[in-house]
Design a protein around this ligand. Structure first.
Ligand code: TXA
Ligand code: MG
Length: 322
């Protein structure tokens, strides 16, 4: 186990060590309120290259740069529209990523060669502490995708990260443990490179919340030219087959809101009490199925708008299999 990464709690000392590891070009997986990220120095091409290797992700898929506050925006982005500032003021720190025109310090190795950059200020206190500490010593920020192998289920705990990536990380890399992610699915991504915004990926910041802030600015349909890996049909997939249905048969795994009872001989993977709980427990339930060798997971999808739509989006992609 000589090459396994170092896992630690988010104490002040561990955060400092992790920031130093990033500065030295190593990778640090860290908790966020959405899912765990696999971080590297956003201005170090060699370190960022390792993210792609460890994830097994094609290098033309852009990464999100995680910054500590709105006042860092101008460093990474230019020509920021007024509506993007409004969104940032309202939803940062939080589960929202803005796609903006990139500044000259943003390398092609972050954006997959595109002239835009994804920026996010996460609200998880450990994530914020790490980003702040790293900004202080580096004049940079943290580039991070979700800390899973390409196409697979995002991690929502440090144990998930260890399971996904442990064997690809080195002894100088680190995993910070900050408990379970409180939201459980990836951030809402909003393209802010045009006259009006468009939602590229649904998440906990919902369409109606965005409309409430921007008033009469119209949300346009997302353009298919913008590249984002979450837009591939197959994604977020466990080994088990996912069936979107309400009637599991014997030995199937079953995920449904707690009001729906478990049929006989079915393995109940989770019984979330509401939509928030559904999002929070979804990815760990999918992992649990794989760990117990279940072949089919039947999921009764949550109904309604907002976060429920984001969950259905992930489930639709996951149900397309590998
Ligand atoms: O909640 C999250 O967003 C998590 C946490 C760790 O912050 N991160 C995350 O990263 O989900 P990732 O790389 O797994 O997904 C980010 C998505 C990808 O589909 C990527 O293609 C898209 O954001 N993206 C990043 N930069 C972009 C850009 N400049 N233009 C369009 N899409 C972009
Ligand atoms: Mg991802």
């Amino acid at each position: 186990m000589s090459n396994s990464p170092f896992i630690s709690n988010c104490t002040a000392g561990a955060i400092r060590d992790a920031a130093l590891a990033l500065k030295a070009g190593h990778l640090v997986a860290f908790p966020t309120e959405t899912v765990y990220g696999l971080g590297a120095d956003a201005r170090n091409p060699e370190a960022v290259k390792r993210i792609y290797e460890v994830k097994g992700r094609p290098t033309d898929h852009p990464l999100i740069v995680h910054i500590s506050a709105l006042n860092q925006l101008d460093k990474w982005a230019i020509d920021v529209p007024e509506y993007a500032i409004k969104l940032a003021r309202k939803f940062w720190p939080g589960p929202m990523t803005l796609i903006l025109k990139r500044s000259e310090i943003v390398g092609d190795f972050i954006t997959g060669g595109q002239d835009s950059v994804g920026l996010r200020v996460p609200s998880d206190p450990s994530a914020l502490a790490l980003i702040k500490e790293f900004e202080k010593i580096s004049n940079s920020a943290i580039a991070a995708p979700s800390a899973n192998r390409f196409g697979q289920v995002s991690p929502t705990s440090s144990a998930d990260v260890q399971e996904e990536l442990g064997r690809y990380l080195g002894s100088a890399d680190q995993i910070l443990d900050g408990g379970n992610s409180s939201i459980g699915i990836e951030s809402t991504i909003i393209d802010c490179t045009n006259d009006s915004p468009s939602i590229l990926r649904k998440g906990a910041v919902t369409r109606s919340e965005i409309v409430a802030i921007l008033g009469d600015i119209i949300l346009t349909k997302s353009s298919s030219e913008t590249k984002f890996s979450g837009s591939f049909d197959k994604h977020y997939s466990p080994l088990a087959e996912i069936i979107l249905d309400t009637e599991p048969t014997a030995s199937d795994g079953f995920i449904a809101i707690s009001a729906i009872p478990t049929p006989i001989n079915v393995v109940r993977l989770s019984a979330p009490k509401d939509v928030q709980d559904f999002a929070r427990s979804l990815y760990s339930s999918l992992r649990k199925a794989d760990q117990s060798g279940i072949g089919r997971i039947v999921v009764a999808q949550p109904e309604g708008e907002g976060l429920a739509e984001a969950i259905r989006d992930r489930l639709n992609k996951a149900s397309m299999g590998r």
